[in-house]
Design a protein around this ligand. Structure first.
Ligand SMILES: Cc1cc2nc3c(=O)[nH]c(=O)nc-3n(C[C@H](O)[C@H](O)[C@H](O)COP(=O)(O)OP(=O)(O)OC[C@H]3O[C@@H](n4cnc5c(N)ncnc54)[C@H](O)[C@@H]3O)c2cc1C
Length: 354
């Protein structure tokens, strides 16, 4: 069968990016591929209307301008003036922009707000948070993305690792061996060092160890992994850092059955809240997540293969989806497509994977 998900496969920002330079030298990226194609979106509302693409583009431009301003609270150390989160800042600034530019026309304001809210939901998946109200306005700018746009490594990042391993002498990289204990044998002097155990059979001795396992693994296993234990302040720091929940879901249609979408289309944007209120991403004002609202966090369906759509969602709604069966997710997403596309004839997907 075909591969649906390779994990990491995008290089975000190519200029001055050593990973890009490596991948380019290894012939893993084609920077010319797909450049000339326009990215076509259709922006559909929950009440069955469409927002024209020029309006979507206008809101998108303004959103990114505001996001850059939000980042300046970190870089320029601007005073926060009572604002704590990126969510609060974006909502306030969007409201100002709408009131200044469309003081009387409620419909014009509303359609821009739903596009803005969709971009905020998309941001929750990018940042891995439940709500942008969880993102510290003073710190969002500390994450710097390299310039130059994104390129894709068609077969995923694993090929870069394989390419690096190939350039090293044999045996330097060992794959498929789990470290079970790291024993610091004491002292700072020459010849004293660390014992790295992989089960009962294999032990390595070295002067220093660089541990690069993920935060989740460390939080769960650090007590058993390190001997002696890590200093208390490091354990405390580890427990304070968090990460959110992001899920992708894939809807597969029978071959040839995605003809309900224009073949040049790349993405269907889902615009909730046509009533114009800030229903999305409103932090503690958010209602509890239930079977009747979890799906509102899916911000779009992207065409990822001629018969496959992919949706993303983050946060509590994403956790809730994990409690449902794939069939329940499929039924809900099918209903969503029919509703947003105002097309009762959208065929039933043949499978759903998440
Ligand atoms: C579905 C998905 C898609 C993504 N897409 C992108 C993308 O397109 N672009 C992008 O830039 N980022 C992407 N990311 C994020 C990216 O994958 C991570 O940021 C990156 O892999 C983190 O690298 P790392 O080296 O810190 O950790 P990891 O890649 O998690 O590496 C840690 C390694 O430690 C190993 N390990 C753990 N415990 C032990 C042990 N006891 N003994 C030995 N080895 C151990 C693990 O097997 C693993 O290989 C994606 C992530 C996911 C899940």
């Amino acid at each position: 069968g075909n591969v649906l998900e390779l994990g990491a496969n995008w290089i975000h920002g190519v200029l001055t990016n050593p990973v890009f330079e490596m991948a380019y030298k290894m012939g893993l990226v084609n920077i010319h591929k797909g450049k000339s194609r326009t990215y076509n979106v259709m922006a559909c509302t929950d009440v069955g209307g469409f927002v024209p693409v020029p309006v979507v583009d206008e809101v998108r431009r303004h959103y990114y301008q505001l996001f850059n301003v939000a980042c300046q609270y970190h870089t320029l150390r601007s005073p926060l003036n009572g604002l704590a989160s990126v969510g609060e800042f974006l909502r306030r600034e969007c409201d100002r922009w709408l009131a200044d530019n469309w003081p009387t026309d409620g419909a014009e304001r509303r359609r821009r707000r739903v596009v803005f809210a969709q971009l905020m939901r998309r941001e929750t998946s990018i940042c891995g948070v439940d709500s942008l109200d969880e993102l510290d306005l003073a710190e969002i700018g500390s994450y710097a993305e390299l310039p130059g746009g994104n390129v894709r490594i068609d077969d995923g990042y694993a090929n870069i690792v394989a390419g690096i391993a190939d350039q090293l002498p044999e045996g330097v990289v060992e794959l498929g061996r789990a470290v079970t204990r790291i024993v610091w044998e004491g002292g700072e002097g020459e010849g004293e060092g660390v014992r790295v155990e992989c089960g009962e059979e294999t032990t390595y001795r070295c002067e220093r160890v660089l541990v690069a396992v993920s935060l989740g693994y460390l939080q769960r296993h650090q007590a058993a992994l390190f001997d002696p234990s890590l200093p208390e302040e490091k354990v405390a720091a580890m427990s304070r850092i968090g990460f959110g929940n992001v899920n992708k879901l894939f809807l597969e249609f029978a071959p040839g059955e995605m003809s309900f979408l224009d073949p040049t289309l790349h993405e269907v944007l889902m615009l909730w809240g046509a009533d114009g209120e800030w229903t999305e991403d409103a932090g503690d004002r958010k209602p509890p997540v239930t079977a009747d609202n979890w799906y509102k966090k899916i911000y779009s369906f992207k065409v990822v293969a001629p018969n496959v759509l992919c949706g993303w969602l983050a946060g509590r709604e994403s956790e809730f989806m994990e409690t449902l069966t794939e069939d329940e997710v499929l039924e809900t997403c099918w209903a969503l497509l029919k509703r947003f596309l105002t097309n009762p004839d959208v065929p039933r997907p043949i499978s759903c994977k998440r």
